[in-house]
Design a protein around this ligand. Structure first.
Ligand SMILES: Nc1nc2c(c(=O)[nH]1)N[C@H]1C(S)=C(S)[C@@H](COP(=O)(O)O)O[C@H]1N2
Ligand SMILES: [Mo]
Length: 419
């Protein structure tokens, strides 16, 4: 730790010296005891609303964006919400604040305004005792609290995307609390032959999906809380199903019904998953190992050569992240990144790599490996696998977990290396 800190100080010093003095973006020397900030900052007057429920500083302006991958803006002229992406370029740590969590609906939706006192979860089908749970019932049962990411299948890097919010903003990670679905299913008692289940949301266009019962008994979570408070309406208030590591669409919001069945049921959501290419279809449940550098990333500007902590996120549907490697020379050499905290199963993991930029044009990449040994592929590898040329028209079939290159120009500007 001590030696690392010394190394960092040296980086900062040499960076500043190389840049030829303390230009904008480098560190200013402390002179005597003169405080750097004004002695008496402007004060925020307390108001009732802020006492009851706090606001962030007016100087912090990070926001979500609508239609990151093209498509309809949110809200559209009817008030429907489609795709809203999280500002990963400003992210720190692994928890996405609830206000900045991405939002996706299956075909555009109004956000249901559900009274939790009226809400019920019914579990029926191939069970010994069909049961209907109130929110109060659920909160009496043993709970678990876990960090989990969700990612929309539409989260893909296109050549047109400029920022990491556009390439990767349709994923977020939060701390979820609720009851394990296995706890509820054991209460109901599974009948022999029960092999699939269907989860249904409460909207008119129901977000219903078919999933294997083995997943239900393994780690699915019926969540009523997120980041220390009730799940937000945009995330499924009052109840949502978490299906750790599965594609976002399975994480049924406004969960009101689970039907246990003995075969794959064709639902509205499942229909969208049909693909004649069996290899593509097989890839569309569990999310592969994926990582992205969030700083520096597209649209950002490095003030000059010298020290930077490269920072990013890694996640996988296959379990915990085991390793992240970073390349600062367009993939010629790979270096092990450091983890911030202990990687959790199916959760974003924050990684970092200490980099001394020499001011030359280069490309930054990250690549992760999960606990199953699955390694994040490059676009070239994926194109080769599908026997397709890696030309501008190439789009990754199924979920896109390819390595994202960020190009650093000699003037410090950062752009999408896939462009
Ligand atoms: N009931 C319901 N559940 C839903 C959806 C929906 O439209 N309705 N959208 C799904 C999709 S496509 C995704 S990617 C995730 C998004 O979860 P989030 O909005 O909390 O980020 O929820 C899934 N669950
Ligand atoms: Mo999605």
């Amino acid at each position: 730790m001590g030696s690392k800190r010394t190394a960092r100080r040296e980086f900062l010093r040499s960076g500043a010296a190389l840049a030829g003095g303390f230009t904008l973006g480098s560190v200013a020397p402390a002179i005597g005891q003169t405080p750097a900030s004004p002695a008496s900052p402007r004060m925020i007057k307390g108001d009732k609303d802020q006492i009851a429920y706090g606001d962030r500083s007016r100087f912090v302006t990070s926001v979500r964006i609508s239609h990151p991958m093209g498509g309809r803006p949110s809200p559209d002229s009817f008030g429907l919400v489609f795709h809203v992406a999280s500002p990963l370029q400003d992210s720190v740590g692994v928890i996405t604040p609830s206000s900045l969590h991405y939002v996706a609906t299956t075909r555009g939706a109004f956000i249901p305004d559900i009274d939790p006192r009226e809400h019920r979860l019914m579990i029926h089908g191939m069970v010994d005792r069909p049961l209907t749970f109130t929110m109060e019932d659920l909160k009496r049962l043993p709970s678990v609290t876990r960090l989990h990411f969700i990612e929309c299948a539409g989260n893909r890097s296109s050549r047109r995307a400029k920022t990491v919010q556009e390439t990767h903003g349709m994923t977020s990670c939060a701390e979820w609390t609720g009851v394990l679905l296995s706890t509820l299913l054991k209460e109901c008692g599974l009948k022999g032959g029960a092999s699939w289940f269907v989860a249904e949301g409460a909207e008119e266009v129901k977000g219903a999906s078919s999933m294997p019962i083995a997943k239900a008994m393994d780690d699915c979570l019926v969540a009523y809380a997120m980041n220390g408070e009730a799940v937000r309406p945009q995330q499924g208030f009052p109840l949502r199903l978490m299906v750790p590591g599965f594609e976002g669409i399975f994480h049924t919001k406004y969960l009101r019904r689970i039907k246990v069945v003995d075969r794959y049921y064709m639902n509205y959501n499942d229909y969208g998953h049909l693909d004649q290419e069996r290899k593509v279809a097989a890839l569309s449940y569990q999310i592969g190992p994926k990582s992205v550098i969030t700083f520096p990333s597209g649209g950002q500007q490095l003030p000059g050569r010298g020290f930077y902590e490269i920072s990013g996120l890694a996640w996988s549907g296959g379990g915990a992240i085991k390793k992240v490697e970073v390349s600062t020379d367009a993939g010629k050499h790979w270096n092990n990144a450091e983890f911030k905290g202990t990687p959790q199963r199916m959760a974003h993991t924050r990684f970092s790599y200490q980099w001394n930029w020499d001011g030359q044009e280069t490309e930054l990449l990250s690549r992760c490996t999960d606990e199953l040994g699955q390694v994040q592929p490059s676009r070239a590898q994926v194109a080769k696998y599908w026997n397709k040329p890696l030309d501008p028209s190439f789009t990754v079939p199924g979920l896109d977990n390819t390595i994202q290159p960020w190009r650093i120009a000699s003037d410090g500007s950062v752009t999408n290396g896939n462009a």
